[in-house]
Design a protein around this ligand. Structure first.
Ligand code: SF4
Length: 461
């Protein structure tokens, strides 16, 4: 058992029985489910939209090498500096160099899972640069020193009372401040930060090969503020975020909004073509696009799991997953959580350390059912499991139990041997501990299936 596996199990054991945690997640996901059902009803033919999305994303993925070069040449021609980061360290190095050269001491950030992947806030703090999260949910989890709980709703695990208490402790707001009061306060607080900051860091929901652009979609306007109020705009994006043309946003923006939050379209949708021209006056004078690999080509090399790179990060599979709903986001201890995280993380960060995530699934298939780009997530979890077992990264207790079962089940006479109480004793002594201390083994019948069948068969002759 790897260290991460043990950590996962210990944390899951603790949180799965925390009734308050379960209540909060059920409440928030329940509201999400209602909104998504309403959102989906506006599609005349959702299946067709999903099929088109699958086709476009797969075609893009299979032509990634060519399309990324197209993106680079078009963005470079309009003044963006495109930087290729093979791993997290090189991406962080680029960011620190850009900010260091401009002597920048604070930077505003909009929500970006890729920056979480780089642990960028920590890296910035280490060199004396203050990162300021400007998405409300991200701002809250930053104040708590936590990573986001969910890829779309970072503070999903907190109640309004938790947030009021936090804001009281951190900023002296009334202990019983309402969500509206807190939001107004944060809005004013951040406005000053936007104006002071000389640089903004954003992610990208999509990279558009033609005409070479970055598409950012968000609900609070903080993303567009982060980039437009600053002199330097740094975009950090995974190489898999590509779509071929501007027209494809027509399909992907609503699909992402509906599956992410149930909205028909997200409130603020921005397409950035490059730094501001002299004639435009305001806007960032420098723009950098850091294209991050960090294990993505390892996923691309996997067949069939490469299709997981077509994910548009809507979070629907997390909300549908019974494991996520019980163990919550922090238990995964990874950037990408839930079913999609369990599929890609073992390839991006190593099967030995993260293979256990592929076993954190009931394989019910709900994740596959809700995915807007139809990624067969539960099947890929099985492929991952196969790889983990083949590579020997499975707990020896389980390996021995499976070997023993294989041996015993091939010997029906063995299963019939002995008295029922002996069989019961064997099951309780050897199988029950593996089954889990909170689960009761089903009662054993007096006779084996084989004996029962033979008896019925003979009686009915
Ligand atoms: S795998 Fe599918 S459902 Fe899950 S986040 Fe990605 S696009 Fe959404």
């Amino acid at each position: 058992m790897s260290l991460q596996d043990k950590k996962f199990n210990d944390q899951a054991e603790r949180i799965a029985f925390d009734k308050e945690h379960r209540r909060r997640l059920s409440f928030n996901i329940g509201r999400y489910d209602e909104a998504v059902a309403r959102g989906k009803s506006f599609y005349q033919n959702l299946e067709l939209a999903r099929d088109r999305a699958v086709h476009i994303r797969m075609k893009t993925l299979l032509n990634l090498d060519k399309l990324l070069i197209d993106l680079e040449s078009k963005m470079t021609a309009r003044g963006t500096k495109v930087l290729w980061a093979p791993d997290a360290n090189s991406a962080v190095k680029y960011v620190l160099e850009i900010l260091g050269n401009a002597n920048i001491k604070s930077v505003v950030k909009s929500k970006s899972m890729v920056s979480e992947e780089l642990e960028l806030n920590q890296e910035l703090n280490n060199v004396g640069i203050s990162p300021i999260e400007t998405d409300l949910g991200e701002f809250i989890v930053q104040q708590r020193g936590e990573r986001p709980y969910h890829i779309v709703t970072p503070a999903m695990h907190l109640s309004k009372e938790d947030v009021a208490e936090l804001m009281h402790e951190r900023f002296g707001l009334p202990a019983n401040a309402t969500p509206v009061e807190i939001t107004y306060w944060v809005r004013n607080h951040l406005r000053e930060k936007f104006i002071e900051a000389k640089a903004g860091i954003t992610g990208a929901n999509f990279l558009i090969a033609d005409p070479g652009a970055v598409a950012i979609t968000e609900n609070e306007g903080n993303g567009v503020f982060s980039l437009s109020a600053s002199k330097i705009h740094i975009v950090i994006a995974g190489i898999e975020k590509l779509i071929p043309t501007l027209e494809d946003l027509d399909l992907f923006w609503p699909l992402l909004a509906i599956h992410g939050t149930g909205q028909h379209i997200t409130a603020y949708n921005t397409i950035v073509l490059g730094p501001a021209k002299e004639s435009e006056g305001k806007g960032p004078k420098e723009m950098y696009l850091i294209l991050l690999n960090n294990g993505r080509t390892k996923v691309l090399a996997k067949s069939p799991q490469r299709r997981a790179l077509t994910c548009i990060r809507c979070g629907a599979c997390l909300n549908a997953c019974p494991i996520y709903k019980n163990v919550g986001g922090h238990t995964y201890d990874t950037t990408y959580t839930g079913p999609i995280g369990s599929v890609i993380t073992p390839h991006m960060r190593g099967m030995e350390a993260y293979g256990h995530l592929s076993f954190a699934s009931t394989l019910c298939g709900k994740c596959t059912e809700v995915c807007p780009v139809k990624i067969p997530l539960h099947e890929y979890l099985l492929f991952n499991r196969y790889e983990a077992v083949k590579a020997g990264y499975v707990d020896s207790k389980w390996k021995n139990a499976i070997k023993f079962s294989q041996w015993a089940l091939r010997k029906p006479s063995l299963l019939d041997a002995g008295k029922p109480w002996m069989r019961k004793w064997i099951m309780q002594t050897f199988v029950s501990p593996l089954w889990g201390k909170r689960r009761n083994l089903p009662p054993l019948p007096e006779a084996s299936f084989r004996k029962q069948w033979l008896k019925d068969h003979q009686e009915n002759r």
